[in-house]
Design a protein around this ligand. Structure first.
Ligand SMILES: Cc1cc2nc3c(=O)[nH]c(=O)nc-3n(C[C@H](O)[C@H](O)[C@H](O)COP(=O)(O)OP(=O)(O)OC[C@H]3O[C@@H](n4cnc5c(N)ncnc54)[C@H](O)[C@@H]3O)c2cc1C
Length: 416
């Protein structure tokens, strides 16, 4: 009986952890290493906006039903160009039969679920909170025991650097400030994307009048805002929000971080593939970041399933992965960059064009549906209908049963 395929994953952030589950469910043995211990991996004060592409993957992996109670759906998304004074409202009807436009989820319950499922999976070995084991210490291709090395080690990716893969990088003048607040005047199922001249500003519902704010502005202004005491910060915040949104209290301290457009020049070398922010990073406008990372995982999983079935050589996974990921990555990064360039200003000659574009979006149902589909499924899947959206999971075609790390009871042919 052929041995099962083995993947080593470096980095157990949301991308690496999900990739580990995805590969294990595709019938692979997986070793997942991160220098952070489980508690530190869960400790970030962040909330993510999940799109339908992420919901589909979570359903395929059997995670959605358990995660769903901790997510807050938003059923209205207000897009407002503040300088051009135009509004567009997106609703689930724009997507056909959808429960919500998207969902907001906090980092901790997400990571708690991923780590729990990883701990329960017999094909997964967790190496968390310590030095890299010997086979991982070299970041090149010499981890001889692995058929596939997956670098999910974040934007500074030591693996990418050790492999000598360069990247295109454009740091924005804008930085991004995240904070959670209690607020009146906004329904618990409403989200906002305010396109302000100083940068985009997202208001994301967390339930019970709590909201996560993602406030982009020139870096110096973000640092000033971060240093303010709570009453002064709330005062500035009220000035930046539409009149009907009334912030009452700060729930977390504001934190500023730099934003950049980054794209690795290659997505693989030899047996190593780059996934998530080790490969790409974009401006937070439109909440694309983590969803784009997870679309890497979705593609990798399909290729891993083919390798398990014996219809793709594991040696060819890297090249096949790169070919499939470039279009989505390029289009998404280009779109987010254009949104920032076009809307973060008050150029007089731009305002009429912006008004025209948003008026078309507001009045033409088809254009709104197209824009929302591009945002929620990715720009390369516009032609595909939204997959079923029920609250349950759609289990994958069963992966070969594993009786322990390294033991595979169902045959999986390994191609020559
Ligand atoms: C300050 C900040 C705030 C943010 N806030 C938001 C937000 O509010 N909403 C949102 O949607 N997105 C937010 N983002 C972006 C979001 O966090 C990323 O999109 C997401 O974390 C990407 O996941 P990842 O798993 O690819 O990378 P990461 O989350 O960066 O995970 C990389 C992992 O690799 C590990 N690692 C590093 N070196 C090694 C090594 N040598 N070997 C093994 N493992 C290694 C790290 O410990 C880490 O666990 C924020 C980002 C930052 C920096």
């Amino acid at each position: 009986m052929p041995a099962s395929l083995h993947a080593r994953i470096r980095g157990a952030g949301p991308t690496g952890a999900l990739a580990a589950l995805a590969l294990a469910q595709a019938g692979w043995r997986v070793s997942l290493h991160d220098p952070l211990a489980p508690e530190a991996l869960q400790a970030r004060e962040r909330a993510y906006a999940f799109t339908h592409s992420s919901r589909e993957l979570l359903q395929r992996l059997g995670l959605w039903a358990e995660l769903r109670p901790s997510l807050v759906p938003f059923r209205r998304l207000h897009l407002r160009d503040v300088a051009a004074e135009c509004d567009v409202r997106f609703e689930p009807a724009d997507l056909g039969q959808a429960e919500a436009v998207g969902w907001i989820g906090s980092h901790r319950p997400l990571m708690a679920l991923l780590l729990r499922r990883l701990g329960q999976h017999p094909a997964v070995r967790l190496e968390l909170g310590g030095k890299a084991p010997a086979a991982c210490a070299n970041h090149g291709d010499d981890a001889n025991d692995a058929d596939l090395l997956v670098a999910a080690d974040g934007p500074e990716s030591p693996t990418r650097q050790a492999l000598g893969i360069g990247q295109w990088s454009h740091p924005y003048r804008q930085a991004c400030l995240t904070v959670q607040v209690e607020m009146r005047g906004c329904a618990d199922d409403e989200a906002w994307e305010l396109l302000r001249p100083e940068g985009p500003f997202a208001v994301l519902p967390l339930g019970e009048r709590r909201f996560q704010l993602v406030w982009s502005a020139p870096a110096a202004r973000c640092r000033q805002l971060e240093a303010l005491d709570a009453p002064a910060f709330l005062d500035r915040l009220a000035g930046a929000l539409p009149d009907r949104l009334q912030p009452d209290a700060l729930l977390t301290p504001p934190r500023a971080f730099p934003v950049a457009l980054q794209l690795a020049r290659r997505l693989h070398r030899g047996r190593t593939v780059l996934v998530g922010e080790s490969a790409h990073r974009c401006h937070p406008v439109g909440g694309q970041g983590l969803n784009l990372c997870w679309r890497d995982v979705a593609v990798l999983q399909r290729l891993a399933e083919r390798a398990t079935r014996g219809t793709l050589s594991p040696r060819r996974i890297g090249a096949a992965y790169g070919r499939r990921r470039w279009p989505d990555l390029l289009l998404t990064l280009l779109t987010t960059d254009l949104l920032v360039r076009i809307f973060s200003n008050r150029h007089r000659w731009m305002l009429p064009l912006r008004q025209l574009a948003l008026a078309c979006l507001a009045r033409i149902d088809g254009s709104r549906a197209l824009a929302l589909r591009a945002m929620t499924q990715g720009p390369c899947r516009l032609h595909q209908p939204l997959a079923a959206w029920g609250d349950g999971d759609q289990q994958l075609s069963p992966a070969p049963a594993l009786s322990g790390h390294g033991a595979l009871s169902a045959p999986s042919a390994r191609p020559e």
